[in-house]
Design a protein around this ligand. Structure first.
Ligand SMILES: [Cu+2]
Length: 151
């Protein structure tokens, strides 16, 4: 009986490993620092994911008033007008409840981390999405594209 249990247990472990190896990557960590910089320019989201989580890390030391970073996701065609609107939202950390925002993290200063999870069903195949930092004058170096892909 003991032997059988051990056999079943190993089987479960192997099965679990197989599932995790085949499952899509439904999260991403982005690093930023005291430069106008982050380490991601292109994100692919699998439509096999129910939710997608972005974790933004500010590895620097400067405060959010001096070198703030956030991560904002919108349709590419909405990004420029949206950014122009967000730049006026200084007292709101350059964020708002604008419905063109699909997802966003908080505005971070050095040493801070913010995580956002959004439903992948909000994205459409064939639609171009862009992400950017809405802190003034950061978008030039802190932007990228996001795409929903079929898995
Ligand atoms: Cu920034």
């Amino acid at each position: 009986m003991k032997g059988l249990f051990r056999y079943l247990f190993v089987g479960v472990l192997l099965g679990a490993t197989g599932v995790s190896a085949a499952s899509p990557k439904c999260q991403l960590t982005i690093h930023s620092d005291d430069q106008i910089y982050w380490d991601v320019s292109d994100i692919k989201v699998s439509n096999a994911c129910k939710n997608f989580t972005v974790t933004l890390i500010h590895d620097g030391q400067l405060s959010k008033d001096v070198m703030g970073h956030n991560w904002v996701l919108a349709k590419t065609e909405d990004s420029e007008p949206l950014l122009r609107a967000l730049i006026t939202e200084k007292s709101n950390d350059y964020l708002s409840d604008d419905p063109r925002i699909i997802a966003h993290t908080k505005l971070l200063g050095g040493g801070q981390v913010s995580m956002v999870t959004f439903e992948v069903s909000k994205l459409q195949l064939g639609q171009a999405y862009s992400f950017f930092c809405s802190y003034p004058e950061h978008v030039g170096l802190m932007h990228g594209t996001l795409e929903l892909i079929e898995d």
